[in-house]
Design a binder for this molecule. Structure first.
Ligand SMILES: Nc1ncnc2c1ncn2[C@@H]1O[C@H](COP(=O)(O)OP(=O)(O)OP(=O)(O)O)[C@@H](O)[C@H]1O
Ligand SMILES: [Mg+2]
Length: 219
């Protein structure tokens, strides 16, 4: 589903160039869950930004679902993110003046996915949030908001979901709930790539990649 070839991003700080992501080759199959770990600042989010088309690589290729998307322009990437690739941001990403249900449905409605209210409500129920559908995000806890963002990422049935520390603000019970949900989604063919600092969430059903100083290796 996703292949990168020698993917590289170079940043500059105080006149020094450094590769936040350095010549990364990975291959992640359909229906695979891939957990990316590594110390803070090793390049995980930068890698995610490139495979979601938010940051342009300085070198290398990104092959998504058999197509070389390395040279896609902003509109082509936006179309890909509207349909096939979802990104769950590290940190808060909900729009504060919309309700929970609107947060999940409106972005997809704007990009033509149609009325997803029923699917959204089903996901909210699955995540134990159905009674918050008409609340605004500020009335939810951080972990509840995170689950809403995960619902938004899956509701329209993308091929691949990239989630940056999706369980970092969840308690044990909700972490388990989200991981079970990810596993069911993977069984039905979704590809999921997530970063985490919590090694206890990784099990044998996942591929574990470790990143250090911009370089990714298989565990
Ligand atoms: N726009 C930028 N300009 C310069 N340096 C940057 C930029 N964005 C990120 N960096 C640097 O690149 C490195 C990798 O950052 P990145 O956010 O990818 O790390 P991370 O592995 O996601 O860390 P964390 O686990 O803390 O989220 C860091 O040293 C960061 O300071
Ligand atoms: Mg990060």
């Amino acid at each position: 589903m996703l292949k990168t070839v020698q993917l590289t991003k170079t940043f500059s700080r105080q006149d020094n160039d450094f590769d936040a992501v350095h010549s990364v080759d990975v291959e992640i199959g359909k229906g695979e869950i891939c957990a990316l770990t590594g110390p803070s600042g090793c390049g995980k989010s930068t890698f995610f930004h490139m495979i979601c088309g938010i940051t342009k690589p300085d070198a290398g290729q990104i092959i998504f679902d058999g197509t070389d998307v390395s040279n896609y322009n902003a509109n082509q990437w936006a179309a890909l993110r509207a349909n096939d690739i979802s990104y769950v941001l590290q940190g808060d990403s909900l729009l504060t003046n919309l309700t929970v249900l609107e947060n999940i449905c409106l972005p997809h409605q704007l990009t033509g996915s149609g009325d997803l209210k029923e699917s959204a409500m089903a996901l909210l129920k699955e995540f134990g949030l159905e009674n918050m559908a008409n609340d605004v995000p500020v009335n939810l806890s951080g972990g509840e908001r995170r689950r809403v963002a995960i619902a938004r990422a899956f509701v329209h049935g993308p091929k691949m979901v990239v989630a940056d520390e999706p369980t970092s603000d969840l308690d044990e019970e909700n972490t388990a709930l989200i991981l079970e949900f990810f596993k069911r989604q993977a069984k039905s063919g979704k590809t999921i790539i997530m970063s985490t600092h919590d090694l206890s969430v990784i099990d044998d059903s996942m591929t574990h990649l470790v990143m250090r100083k911009g370089v990714i290796n298989k565990k």
